[in-house]
Design a protein around this ligand. Structure first.
Ligand code: HPA
Ligand code: ZN
Length: 359
């Protein structure tokens, strides 16, 4: 008889439940979160001609380099503070709908600066979008200024200097993205040292389409506290053991690694399971949800299904996101309490044993 109450004899659909977990997201790009319709409209308003009729066609790529080419087109379609406000608000609206309660989000101002847009204009729009989202939506977000590595260390230092002049509670750190091919990460030593002196947190994309050595350089030369992607660390057993022992967080993006970087055929064959099994603090993130046509909820669902994880493991992954974040200690405590309460609400709705007794 179906009276609407949960069937306690059926195994739980962990993938479906994982979608609904409260989440922290630490690897998500503002520009890569853009909705295709928004990019089409903003490009039109700004007199930028896109190379396709239907903006969804723009979001087709077959490897990291072809993805980055599209990413640049998106970045170059933005011009005004209002463009950045809208993009920020919509990115957080979509994140909140996927269960993200706290996010640290990258933005890449290098491309528009090259088009003559002052960074102050970019930042004014982003801050307006953050404020508005925090009023309307159940999500809190801090920003990370992302350096385009192929542009070289000189613009990187200028961007770090700008970041250093902003409120650390809003602009919390710096990162570096784009390809690792033909990039010597050591070239950014001074820019990252400056970031450290200015009290900015540091992370970098490494070990995605580059070797494990780039993860070691990120830690030893750039002083990074976190690594974005980092999955190729597994190619070096000693470094793997070190990253696990030090609990350096990796912000892993399983679906992105399938559809953007082409690292594996599907999430089930992604190294995420091996990273966790090695004791590494590997978190789950979406990377570029708008461009991929996915959200972090899809990553959670595919990780649960692909590795056969139980609900407790998926909840632990969500809690690890809090631990890996740069939120202040009191905010982390509040997030943990809230997540534990929400886990049990979800369990009770699904007719499962509670993980934690209510306090
Ligand atoms: N890797 C490299 N470059 C990027 C990414 C990424 O995950 N996202 C946006 N630009
Ligand atoms: Zn990324």
């Amino acid at each position: 008889m179906d009276d609407g109450s949960p069937d306690r004899t059926a195994p739980p659909d962990v993938a479906a439940l994982a979608r609904r977990l409260p989440k922290v997201e630490l690897h998500c790009h503002l520009e890569g979160s853009a909705r295709p319709e928004t990019i089409a409209e903003l490009a039109r308003n700004n007199g930028v001609v896109l190379p396709v009729e239907d903006p969804r066609e723009l979001f087709e790529f077959h490897d990291l380099n072809s993805f980055i080419a599209v990413y640049e087109i998106i970045c170059r379609s933005l011009r005004t503070a209002e463009d950045f406000r809208r993009l920020t608000y919509e990115a957080l609206d979509d994140g909140a709908a996927a269960g993200v309660r706290y996010r640290e989000m990258f933005f890449s101002p290098g491309f528009v600066i090259g088009m003559g847009v002052p960074i102050e204009v970019v930042w004014e729009g982003i801050v307006a979008g953050l404020r508005e989202a925090e009023t309307d939506l159940d999500i809190r977000c801090r920003m990370i200024l992302d350096i385009d590595k192929p542009s070289g260390p000189a613009p990187a230092e200028a961007l770090v200097r700008f970041a250093g002049t902003q409120d650390r509670d809003v602009l919390i750190g710096v990162g570096g993205d784009s390809t690792e091919r033909d990039i010597d990460h050591r070239a950014f030593a001074e820019a990252f040292a400056l970031a450290g002196r200015l009290g900015l947190r540091r992370t970098v994309h490494a070990g995605e389409d580059g070797p494990a050595e780039n993860v070691a350089i990120a830690l030893d030369v750039l002083g990074c506290e976190r690594i974005d992607h980092g999955v190729r660390v597994l190619e070096d057993p000693e470094l793997t053991a070190r990253v696990a022992a030090a609990q350096v967080p990796l912000t892993v993006c399983p679906i992105s690694n399938v559809v953007i970087a082409n690292l594996c055929a599907d999430v089930a064959s992604h190294p995420f399971g091996a990273l966790r099994a090695a004791g590494i603090l590997a978190t789950v993130n979406s990377d570029d949800p708008g461009m991929q046509g996915t959200t972090i909820a899809d990553d959670y669902a595919q990780v649960a299904a692909g590795f056969g994880y139980d609900l407790t493991t998926m909840e632990t992954i969500a809690l690890d996101g809090i631990g890996a974040s740069w939120a202040p200690a009191d905010e982390k405590d509040a997030l943990r309490k809230r997540f534990l309460a929400e886990f049990d609400e979800l369990r009770s709705e699904a007719g499962l044993a509670l993980r934690h007794e209510p306090t």
